[in-house]
Ligand binder design. Structure first.
Ligand code: FAD
Ligand code: SF4
Length: 648
């Protein structure tokens, strides 16, 4: 058996692994450089039954297991865990990882990563280079399962990437697009909705309402069609570097490690993926992107990123309340006047309504709960009148980037680049980021393809991507609206922001010599609880509003319990000592999935014990952004875990 086919069969079996693992075997590094690997693994798609998918996630069938039967026969193998003494001293890192060598490795199967992958293979196929390997790793068990968005999309990038994406002649066309219809913008008071003029950038003529998670799933199938090696269920957990400091690729995390940090019978070492170019498309606040930004000091010339938290539900509403294509946006109630945010309701598909709210994470009252605010929003007549009598079928939440033009970091570094939301291309006043995420992936792909045509082994620096970005529509549109979001920091709060943004939108259009700064980093904006008024949220009615655990049950989220907590807090006691007295449990209120709790405990100095229910996490990344002491580090859990979103 050749090394390549050994690895192929290992990976393929990894997707369909058997249930009972016998004792573990250590392997030495297996380096594989072959295009064939793809053929064995490409079968792991949304239509293939796979143990990697959250539907199969349960304690009896998960984690993924590599058994003796699935292990390749490799040199220098030996058994572990024969005695408890050996078990105690066993260091998983002492086992070398298998590795695979590809041309381009892409982290994240969102719109950005998939567009980059498709563009690369389109270029390679057009050049007759079938052996050009593009490999994409996605932490969700199925492509699209971790994607949550509004979403009204501007079709410019998809029109360019797959021009016949809606054509009746294309049997693989995307069938989930609802043409945008009537637009409206309102300012809400508790009882009223005051109509406002819709700013030009919010007009949606020619746009489409979609479920972005469905769209992404479809894009994943198109990627497989052109020959991208798509690996859902693989969470990249470590950036690998060459001796010269450039990025060499990534590694996926070990599976089958217990909560105590010790390997279990199901232990399986992670894998390394080496590439001449690694593109990070992890979406907002990527866990590896965070490290790369620090390592290469990519923010040396930009402002810190700022964020919002978007919480969303999908409802099936009564036919008489459904107005296909209708787009509703609002500002104001229920958010306090000093808190930036907005809400939406989009009518799409057959009697489906996407309803959601974004709360900027630079809010300063630690008593505020974005989840509670969203429940209040749904009780406003503008929204309640449509939802009444309907059924909530899906729930989810995700942070989004709000910093805009002034927060774009350097996007290229030796060996790789940042694409999409992980770099930060959302146009906040336009409420759109998908077209920019896709376009940035395509620009990086074109730069990578050109760079890889030069036959040398030196580390690659994608200068051309940086240049192309500056000349692109992304740069132009973000520059034009750069002052709108920071204008909400004026002493006039939301009113000042609305007035200034109106002036920019209708008159100035960004043609001013100044660039306003973001006031502060989100985590630093939170005031002490004693200095803010407590906010009481009404009890859920079970019809329009729900308790958080009912909502979480609609996300399909699942994590193996017996694994290291992926929400890493180095010292829980210290965290409690430093956070509870000043902010009185704000983690419990900012988390949209009820992961954090302070449980009364008289035995503790603070009277409470900090608890993390990590299995509920829906990967929104808010805790990593908003924790006031910046001591919660969100890391990928085992691949394939997390939410299994539906129609989000
Ligand atoms: C609430 C909300 C509403 C929005 N509304 C709109 C809208 O109406 N219109 C619009 O155009 N845009 C909207 N956006 C923005 C839009 O969703 C994003 O711009 C777009 O999804 C960005 O695409 P991306 O590929 O960069 O990131 P994402 O869509 O976030 O995809 C990133 C992918 O990478 C995966 N990943 C992350 N880390 C790893 C890792 N380490 N290993 C493996 N996989 C990993 C994730 O699981 C995910 O699948 C909205 C966003 C939010 C949150
Ligand atoms: S634990 Fe963190 S990432 Fe997970 S749902 Fe809560 S806030 Fe989001």
């Amino acid at each position: 058996m050749s090394a390549s086919s050994r690895l192929t069969s290992t990976l393929y079996r990894r997707a369909a692994a058997t249930a009972t693992p016998p004792s573990l075997t250590a392997t030495s590094t297996t380096r594989v450089q072959t295009p064939q690997l793809a053929r064995g693994i490409r079968g792991i798609s949304s239509t293939t039954p796979s143990r990697l998918r959250p539907t199969t996630l349960s304690r009896s069938t998960y984690p993924l297991q590599r058994t003796a039967a699935t292990l390749p026969t490799l040199p220098s193998t030996r058994l572990y865990f024969s005695t408890s003494a050996e078990e105690d001293s066993f260091d998983p890192a002492s086992i070398d990882r298998e590795s695979d060598e590809v041309d381009v490795c892409i982290i994240g199967g969102g719109p950005a990563g998939l567009s980059a992958a498709i563009r690369l293979k389109q270029l390679a196929n057009a050049a007759g280079n079938d052996d050009f390997r593009v490999l994409l790793l996605e932490k969700a068990g199925e492509i699209g399962a971790h994607i949550l968005s509004g979403a009204v999309i501007q079709p410019t990038a998809i029109d360019e990437l797959i021009p016949d994406w809606l054509s009746e002649d294309n049997e693989n066309r995307f069938t989930g697009a609802t043409p945008a219809g009537k637009d409206s913008m309102s300012f809400l008071t508790k009882k009223w909705a005051i109509p406002c003029p819709t700013p030009p950038q919010m007009h949606n003529d020619g746009n489409y309402i979609v479920s972005l998670n469905e769209f992404t799933k479809w894009l994943g199938e198109r990627a497989e069609e052109v020959g991208v090696e798509v690996y859902p269920g693989f969470a990249a957990s470590e950036v690998l570097y060459k001796a010269d400091g450039s990025v060499k690729g990534v590694a996926t995390n070990d599976l089958g490690i217990g909560r105590n940090g010790k390997p279990k019978d199901s232990f399986e070492r992670g894998m390394e993926f080496h590439a001449r170019v690694t593109l990070f498309g992890e979406g907002c606040h990527g866990s590896l992107t965070k490290q790369v930004i620090k390592k290469f000091d990519l923010r040396s010339e930009s402002q810190p990123q700022t964020y919002g938290l978007g919480i969303k539900e999908v409802w099936e509403v009564k036919p008489e309340k459904f107005e296909k294509g209708k787009i509703v946006h609002s500002m104001g109630y229920p958010l306090p006047m000093d808190t930036y945010g907005g809400a939406w309701m989009y009518h799409f598909g057959d009697n489906l309504v996407s309803v959601g709210q974004v709360v900027a994470l630079d809010y300063n009252n630690p008593w505020l709960s974005p989840y509670g605010e969203f429940q209040k929003l749904k009780q406003h007549p503008l929204y309640r009148s449509v939802l009444e009598g309907g059924k909530c079928i899906s729930y989810g939440a995700r942070a989004l980037v709000e910093g805009g033009f002034q927060s774009i970091p350097k996007v290229a570094f030796p060996g790789g680049a940042l694409i999409g939301d992980t770099a930060g291309f959302v146009n906040v006043p336009k409420v759109k980021g998908t077209h920019n995420a896709m376009k940035s992936g395509m620009l990086a792909a074109e730069a990578a393809w050109n760079a890889l045509q030069v036959p040398d082994n030196n580390s690659i620096f994608l200068y051309d991507y940086e240049d192309a970005l500056r000349k692109s529509s992304i740069w132009k549109e973000l520059k034009e609206v750069r002052n709108m979001r920071p204008s909400f920091h004026s002493p006039l709060g939301i009113y000042g922001g609305i007035l200034y943004s109106g002036l920019e939108a209708f008159v100035l259009k960004g043609r001013v010599p100044w660039t306003l700064k973001h006031k502060t980093q989100d985590h630093a904006a939170t005031k002490d609880a004693k200095d803010c008024s407590k906010i009481e949220y009404p009890k859920p009615d079970g019809e329009i509003t729900f308790d958080i655990l009912t909502s979480v049950s609609r996300t399909g989220t699942n994590h193996e319990e017996d694994q290291p907590v992926h929400l890493q807090v180095k010292d829980w006691e210290k965290h409690t000592r430093e956070t509870w007295p000043r902010w009185k449990g704000l983690e419990n209120r900012f988390c949209p999935a009820g992961v954090y709790e302070y449980v009364e405990d008289e035995g503790k100095e603070e009277g409470v014990r900090f608890q993390i229910n990590a299995q509920n996490c829906i990967h929104c990344k808010t805790c990593d952004i908003k924790a006031p002491r910046q001591d919660i580090n969100w890391q990928v859990p085992q691949g394939g875990e997390g939410p299994k979103y539906y129609m989000t």
